[in-house]
Design a protein around this ligand. Structure first.
Ligand code: FAD
Length: 402
């Protein structure tokens, strides 16, 4: 089986690694990567806006970013030097089009035509594959809500995608929208240089102590020349506003024939958040949010490869749809908004267990969940100190080796 992998970030590398360890079923994959190296969003660059070859800068990493998960549950991605030199990785190669083509003999099965552009030579190539695994990342297309008055605001406006370091905000009043991972992390970093940091969000008050120049505010309602006004009509002066409002899913290379729908942050029709229901040889790794990303990719890839190798018999289209609707309705009943359909949080562990059991694969070591939960609790109560905690961990060796 010939597989094309789009992207050489953590998800793409994990996919390549598992494909290579199954030579009885798969040829070495073709991994297409538009950057010059592996690592995806973890590759820091000072650049923002337009980058190499006239393409938008991909990475959302900031200079002082430290992982918000224990390092033990992150793969040793950059130690995998040998990947960089492997022949199956094609760097500076931009996937432009992925198109399903009916197999002539059967008239029903599908193969995939993948058209790529070699960015150095400006040379296009089209190749055929039995399967395409999409690992293009989901933190590169900023989601920016419209705020009335934004056009008259005289300060700096940016999305966290373009935030790199705190120094340019020294002595300023900065307002951040959103108190999820980026909003919280950047506000703490900014507190060291900025005069005053306002964290505007719609959640409950943050339980952890915050630096004395960081204050919470309600949702941002409108902007004036030099001031921003919140839902409760309170206001603060602002030199800069940073949108920490998340990202959109984007798959610009998929042909319309794929009929992939992205609406209200939901990607469909996907079975178990990863297998295209009409074209099961088209697989998406890493769509889920609020997960422990690296183990999650490992699980999704192992399930995906079991599907491709016919070790997992997919249910009928009707059954897959019914299961997806059931999950959707269940989440709705718990008050989960539609746009959070791919948000996993606590459900990720039962989701992983179910995928691995269906695929006949070994479960994840329980210590991963324990670490994840322990960090979550520490973080909730001690945002300023939790990254300095260390754990004594056992039980990860076998998983790491595999
Ligand atoms: P990416 O790393 O985004 O990689 C996608 C790759 O696809 C890129 O290399 C890109 O160049 C390539 N690509 C895209 N389109 C094309 C195309 N058309 N043709 C060819 N190549 C293409 N996770 C954690 O586990 N811990 C953390 O502490 C953590 N902190 C984070 C902080 C920030 C600011 C961000 C943005 C994310 C953070 N994450 C964290 C989540 C992070 O996204 C995952 O850890 C992981 O890197 C995602 O890997 P990925 O392979 O899905 O995507």
């Amino acid at each position: 089986m010939r597989v094309a992998v789009i992207g050489a970030g953590a998800a793409g590398l994990c996919t390549a690694r598992h494909i290579l360890s199954r030579p009885e079923t798969f040829h070495p994959p073709c991994v297409y990567e538009l950057a010059q190296t592996v690592g995806g969003t973890w590759v820091f660059t000072e650049r923002t806006g337009i980058g190499d070859h006239g393409l938008p800068v991909f990475s959302s990493m900031y200079k002082n970013m430290r992982t918000n998960l224990p390092k033990e549950i992150m793969f040793r991605m950059f130690c995998a030097d040998h990947f960089v030199r492997c022949y199956f990785l094609q760097f500076e190669t931009f996937v432009e089009l992925v198109k399903p083509v009916m197999k002539e003999k059967t008239g029903s099965e599908v193969t995939w035509e993948v058209t790529t552009l070699d960015l150095r030579k400006q040379h296009r190539t089209t190749e055929r594959f039995d399967s395409v695994i999409v690992c293009n990342g989901h933190y590169f297309q900023p989601h920016v809500p419209h705020i009335p008055g934004i056009e008259i605001f005289q300060g700096r406006v940016l999305h966290s995608h373009d935030y790199r370091r705190p120094e340019p905000f020294a002595g300023q009043n900065v307002v951040l929208l959103g108190a999820s991972n980026s909003g919280l992390d950047i506000s703490l970093e900014l507190s060291k240089t900025a005069r005053f940091v306002t964290l505007s969000h719609h959640g409950l008050p943050i339980p952890s102590p915050l630096p004395c120049n960081v204050h919470e505010a309600r949702v941002l309602k409108r902007m004036m020349q030099k001031t921003v006004i919140f839902e409760d009509e309170s206001s603060v002066p602002a030199d800069a506003v940073i949108f920490c409002t998340g990202y959109e899913y984007r798959f610009p290379f998929l042909s319309p024939d794929v009929k992939l729908c992205v609406h209200d942050r939901r990607v469909s029709p996907l079975y178990k958040h990863l297998v295209h229901m009409t074209f099961p040889s088209l697989i998406f790794i890493g769509i889920c949010q609020k997960i422990c990303p690296f183990p999650h990719f490992d699980v999704q890839v192992r399930f995906a490869l079991a599907v491709l190798a016919n070790r997992v018999q997919l249910p009928s289209r009707k059954e897959m749809e019914a299961e997806t609707i059931e999950e959707f309705e269940e989440k709705r009943a718990y008050g989960v908004p539609n746009r959070h359909f791919h948000v996993m949080e606590e459900r990720q562990w039962s989701y992983h267990a179910s995928l691995l059991s269906l695929a006949g694969e070994t479960p994840l070591p329980p210590v991963l969940e324990q670490l994840f939960q322990a960090t979550k609790l520490l973080r909730k109560n001690d945002l300023l100190g939790y990254k300095n905690c260390s754990f004594r961990i056992t039980g990860l060796d076998t998983w790491e080796k595999n």
